[in-house]
Design a protein around this ligand. Structure first.
Ligand SMILES: Cc1cc2nc3c(=O)[nH]c(=O)nc-3n(C[C@H](O)[C@H](O)[C@H](O)COP(=O)(O)OP(=O)(O)OC[C@H]3O[C@@H](n4cnc5c(N)ncnc54)[C@H](O)[C@@H]3O)c2cc1C
Length: 371
């Protein structure tokens, strides 16, 4: 009987698990390593929700990749036996003289994607819980929604194990990409035909060549409960403001409202103390106060510190480290939505190396046609 090729994947967050899912379908035997049982709450993938939206400023490559992302999620929902996406639409607001909303609208229009321009008065009439103060430019886009991230990671971990993948609990201390080998705490090693390094914001300490381009970034999010049920039908909110701006995830499927800011701290390491400083929480709430006049009446459910792995231009890094190893990194604050399609594309590149050449540029958001 023909022996199956063996893949070793470091990291069982969304990227490692989606790659495992897709490699299994390509006929690989898959061995995952993670320092914690997935879903690891310290991982970048694990929270109630992550947003998926076509609104991407002038980055048409990522805007168009969202269509492929949705198709890949559909294939995953079929395998998991449940749909873990809630449509909400996207409300984008800009009270700066900046270009992001204008550029996004131009890109949406170019592709004929449905969207509706709104004035500040129209926003207040349609979403009475929001203030239109200072809005210069805005649109609503009916496509887009919330991915139930923690449930997806948990479901994927169960699914890949049911398909024969092994998830070993162990901490990696060193990598040898040329030999597709990982050294574990205590000195044991694990090897395979191919290695995928998908260790999220921990990667820069493991791979100095990635550390030159990708920085862990401590980000604080605040969880709230609104006194009124109107918020359960609210769209996701992307609020661009001169002082920074914030995003809001509406309370879908029993999850809390979440708000976070658009700026990167580029500070800290995921193994540091994660306790949010009350000043960090206050700074996030201050960003939302002008837009949500009723926010003082919301119940504060808590706050959390998470880590992005930030590439300066927010371009994903899916690149070969050697003929036998790949790295998946630099997913910044926007990678989750692409987890399923990126896993599929990397698995294809590994199974059929003749398709691999265009993968790094496509993953980085360039408008190349993948093989
Ligand atoms: C607050 C926040 C909000 C975000 N919002 C969005 C959004 O709305 N939409 C969107 O598309 N994206 C969003 N993102 C980005 C997205 O969630 C991340 O880019 C994505 O989850 C990264 O996945 P990953 O698998 O690369 O990393 P991780 O989920 O961090 O997985 C890495 C895994 O590797 C393991 N690991 C690391 N080092 C070792 C080691 N040495 N040994 C063993 N195991 C190890 C970890 O335990 C972890 O489980 C957000 C991210 C954050 C933090």
């Amino acid at each position: 009987m023909e022996k199956r090729p063996k893949a070793l994947i470091l990291g069982a967050g969304i990227m490692g698990l989606c790659t495992a899912w897709a490699l299994l379908r390509q006929g690989f035997a898959v061995h995952l390593l993670d320092q914690a049982v997935p879903p690891n709450p310290a991982g970048a993938s694990v929270d109630h929700h992550r947003l998926i939206r076509h609104a991407y400023g002038a980055q048409r490559g990522y805007m168009r990749m969202v269509d492929e992302a949705y198709a890949a999620w559909d294939r995953l929902w079929d395998d998991l036996g449940e749909v873990l996406h809630i449509p909400t639409g996207v409300l984008a607001l800009d009270d700066t003289a900046g270009d992001w909303v204008r550029q996004t609208r131009a890109a949406l229009r170019e592709d004929g994607r449905a969207h509706e321009d709104l004035t500040a008065a129209e926003i207040e009439a349609r979403f009475p819980y929001l203030s239109g103060a200072g809005i210069n430019d805005a649109f609503f886009c009916p496509a887009g929604g919330v991915l139930l991230a923690e449930r997806i990671v948990a479901g994927l971990a169960r699914h890949v194990q049911a398909q024969g993948a092994v998830i070993e609990l162990a901490r990696a201390t060193a990598l040898d990409p040329a030999r597709a080998t990982v050294t574990l705490e205590g000195g044991a090693t694990r090897s395979a035909d191919v290695l995928v390094v998908a260790a999220g914001p921990w990667i820069p300490r493991l791979l100095p060549e990635v550390a030159r381009r990708v920085t862990p970034s401590r980000q604080v999010v605040v969880r709230l409960e609104a006194p009124s049920a109107v918020w359960t039908t609210a769209p996701m909110l992307l609020d661009l403001a001169a002082e920074g701006g914030f995003y809001l995830v509406p309370p879908v499927a029993g999850t809390p409202i979440k708000i976070g800011d658009h700026s990167f701290s580029r500070q800290g390491h995921p193994d540091d103390d994660r306790t949010p400083d009350p000043r960090e929480v206050e700074r996030i709430l201050a960003l939302a106060r002008k837009r949500i006049p009723g926010i003082e009446g919301f119940t504060r459910l808590g706050s959390a510190t998470c880590f992005y792995d930030v590439e300066p231009d927010e371009r994903f890094v899916i690149e070969p480290l050697s003929p036998r190893a790949w790295v998946m990194s630099g997913f910044s604050g926007h990678g989750f939505k692409f987890g399923a399609v990126l896993g599929e594309r990397l698995a294809l590149a590994i199974a059929k190396p003749e398709t691999a050449a265009t993968l790094p540029a496509w993953a980085a958001g360039d408008e190349v046609i993948p093989a």
